[in-house]
Design a binder for this molecule. Structure first.
Ligand code: PBG
Length: 304
């Protein structure tokens, strides 16, 4: 069956900051911004009009600390943004990223136990608290991306115990230690200050480990699983879909987006490239695609 792209196939990512009146262009990430909640609402209104009905929120605090405490404090950036978004757009499906890397001063995805080692228990507690704050604010889906062992089960338990049985979990299950996250890290100011993420993100040479992570997340109670990045990982997407027949998202990441922007010589070529890429990701088996191209695609679908 031929692949047909629709605006409902997409989740559009947004970067939220605190304060008012902020719309910051991100160098090295063409066409993407960090928004304070007021301007975020304005931009989402346009995104909605294009037919996009799902967004993914990342929070970027002005100050970071060793424990990433601004990720889960009362009134944290994402919880506040979700509250305002859901009030304004009750039918918009809101996903929130649950990870500490944008909030820690060392840039790692969890709380460290001495240098260079993640403390899994402390990290799980922080992630559970963060997810809970998002659910309380009205998030429809929380998306744990820290690659901490047991994160899906821990978050499911915290949500259920606090009455959020309807809040769903999108597991960033097969998340590779990739070289394609650069523009995102400049957006989130989240590059690790020492070492890299290879202790907790997956080795891209190992597909068995990726499938095992997906299986674990399904068993832990994820409602949807994810492969990230997408373009170099179509085989993983395809194997995951065949093996598990489970709802599956793919993250068309920042570096993939930036490559298209750098290569396309005009809008016509950009459109052709993007439609080919997204078709390939869907053909491989993704049900939903997280993509920075989503707004452009929705515009093309509407106006040609
Ligand atoms: C980490 C996280 C990353 C992205 C989203 N959340 C990767 C990383 O910094 O390791 C990358 C997304 C992109 O490149 O678009 N929690």
């Amino acid at each position: 069956m031929a692949i047909n792209i629709k605006s409902s196939d997409f989740i559009y990512p947004y970067f939220a900051v605190s304060g008012k009146g902020r719309k910051e262009r991100i160098r090295s990430f063409p066409g993407q911004f960090r928004f304070s909640a007021d301007l975020l609402i304005k931009d989402i209104r346009r995104t909605r009009k294009l037919g996009i009905d799902k967004v993914l929120l990342f929070g970027i605090p002005d100050k970071k600390d060793a424990r990433g405490s601004r990720a889960y404090e009362d009134g944290n950036i994402v919880a506040e943004a979700v509250r305002r978004i859901k009030k304004e757009f009750p039918n918009l499906t809101v996903f929130t990223d649950v990870c500490l890397c944008a909030y820690t001063d060392h840039g790692h995805c969890g709380i460290l136990n001495g240098r260079e080692k993640i403390d899994n228990i402390k990290t799980l507690n922080a992630l559970a608290e963060m997810a809970l704050s998002h659910a309380e604010a009205g998030a429809d889906w929380v998306a744990p991306s820290a690659m901490a062992k047991g994160q899906v089960a821990r978050i499911r338990k915290a949500l259920d115990e606090n009455g959020h049985i309807g809040t769903k979990i999108l597991g960033y299950s097969a998340k590779f230690a990739s070289n394609f996250y650069g523009p995102f890290r400049s957006a989130a100011l989240s590059s690790p200050k020492f070492s890299d993420r290879s202790a907790y993100q997956l080795n891209y040479a190992d597909n068995a480990a990726a499938l095992k992570e997906i299986e674990d997340d399904i068993r832990e109670g994820a409602d949807m699983v994810m492969v990230k990045p997408a373009l170099g990982y179509l085989d993983i997407i395809s194997q995951a879909k065949d093996r598990f027949a489970y709802p599956l998202a793919a993250y068309n990441v920042s570096g993939e987006y930036a490559m298209v922007k750098a290569y396309a010589k005009d809008a016509k070529q950009e459109k052709a490239l993007v439609l080919e890429i997204i078709t390939a990701i869907k053909r491989a088996g993704a049900d939903l695609v997280i993509s920075y191209h989503a707004k452009d695609i929705a515009r093309w679908l509407k106006r040609g």
